[in-house]
Design a binder for this molecule. Structure first.
Ligand code: ZN
Length: 415
């Protein structure tokens, strides 16, 4: 595997095979975290091609256009892990699982790559272990303020060496939702190997292609996610870099993810991981015809959702969005559900997106308290992957209108 350059790709990101097949063209879209301000709302916006493609040789699903990481992850990147309850719960559970599985002790160092505001490391710190975050954005400052030691830097040769020199080798290196984001995988693997102790474990969590496939979660496709992994190509990738995928499990985070455990050197794969690979093959995620059928179902869901929202609007009803996660911007951009159709999208109090506008679709983002005082007729669940949980909370808080669940089957919920 080689370093992938910015711009249009003609070769597979994993095996270098030339000729990628387009499975799902999602149009030209802006970068999902590029929220607009009162001022930038009146400026031109840059959009980039967003196409999900398949390698005919190794089967890896990937984008065929790479946006410059400095544009995709600016230092003022508005995402904060600590604001998402489900992620907090997932990360606490991860600390418990790893402590038990690898008999971690307080001397052990845990390093998290792309550690954001330090939410994941908090779980380990509470258990008395040594922790170190590596995070390029300003979220590193929040982490340090909250007592999670964090190096504000991109993970590279220098920062990895600096970390080892100052803190020693890591028993565990974690990378949640970054493994599919980085274009220089050979360097990433080399740096992880630098950080890891000889018996160390690398734990990565990524959105899982099986969940994306089964639940039509095409909204997880955006420029941050360069590749959509099944275990089969991941296992190959680790071997290529002198490591072994030793175990894997499915978890519910981010609408369905895969947690993968790897080690330096040659080690056997667990029966559970082998079973998951067999299930991937049986489901057809490496089969071009099955994927094209999947893309057709997505197009149908899109048409149904647009028709449903238009019906609501024609009846004179008001429709708003609930949540404004990054992924919603793919859903909104692809369906063209914009500020003409949604009055606003509401976010949890404290979200840095409040007061801004969604990229491309220009929907104003407001505090979710506004939903309760405003009581619009329909609330479109933009964070539909946690839709059930959200509906319960909003009902409890007193929202009386109807909900629209956008995917996998667009429908109105009035309960
Ligand atoms: Zn390939």
């Amino acid at each position: 595997m080689r370093t992938i350059t910015v711009g249009h790709l003609e070769h597979c990101q994993l095996c270098d095979h030339k000729g990628l097949q387009t499975i799902l063209p999602l149009g030209h879209q802006p970068v999902v975290q590029e929220y607009l301000t009162d001022k930038t709302l009146h400026e031109p916006e840059t959009t980039y091609p967003l196409n999900l493609c398949r390698c005919a040789s190794c089967g890896l699903l990937q984008l065929d256009y790479i946006v410059d990481p400095k544009i995709v992850f600016p230092t003022n990147y508005p995402y904060r892990t600590g604001l998402t309850n489900m992620l907090i719960r997932n990360f606490r559970a991860l600390a418990d699982i790893l402590e038990k599985k690898y008999k971690l002790t307080p001397q052990d160092l845990i390093v998290d790559i792309g550690s954001n505001d330090g939410t994941l490391l908090h779980g380990f710190k509470d258990k008395g272990m040594r922790v170190l975050g590596i995070e390029p954005t300003d979220a590193a400052r929040v982490a340090n303020k909250n007592g999670v030691t964090t190096l504000q830097a991109y993970l590279n040769k220098d920062s990895a060496k600096k970390a080892v020199k100052k803190y020693g080798l890591a028993r565990i290196v974690t990378a949640t939702n970054v493994f599919a984001h980085i274009n220089d995988v050979p360097a990433l693997m080399a740096n992880i190997k630098t950080l890891l102790a000889p018996d160390g474990i690398f734990v990565s969590e990524s959105q899982y292609i099986m969940d994306i496939f089964k639940k039509l979660e095409f909204d997880t496709i955006y420029h941050e996610h360069l590749r959509f992994y099944g275990l089969k190509p991941l296992a190959k990738l680790f071997i290529e870099h002198g490591c072994s995928l030793v175990d894997a499990e499915r978890i519910s985070a981010a609408g369905g993810s895969i947690r993968v455990f790897a080690q330096k050197g040659k080690h056997p794969m667990s029966a559970q991981a082998k079973k998951l690979i067999a299930a991937e093959e049986a489901a057809g995620i490496y089969d071009g015809a099955m994927l094209r059928d999947w893309a057709k179902r997505i197009l149908q869901a899109k048409n149904d959702l647009v028709a449903l929202v238009l019906r609501c609007k024609k009846s004179g009803a008001r429709v708003v969005g609930v949540g404004s996660p990054a992924r919603a911007n793919t859903l909104l951009g692809y369906t063209k559900i914009n500020d003409q159709l949604l009055d606003y999208a509401c976010e949890k109090s404290g979200s840095p997106k409040i007061g801004m506008f969604t990229p491309g679709t220009h929907i104003p983002v407001v505090d979710e308290k506004h939903l309760l005082s405003d009581q619009p007729d329909y609330a479109l669940l933009l964070s539909w992957h946690i839709g059930e949980e959200l509906m319960k909370i909003l009902r409890k808080q007193g929202y009386r209108g109807k909900f629209i669940m956008p995917l996998p089957r667009p429908r109105i919920i009035s309960k």
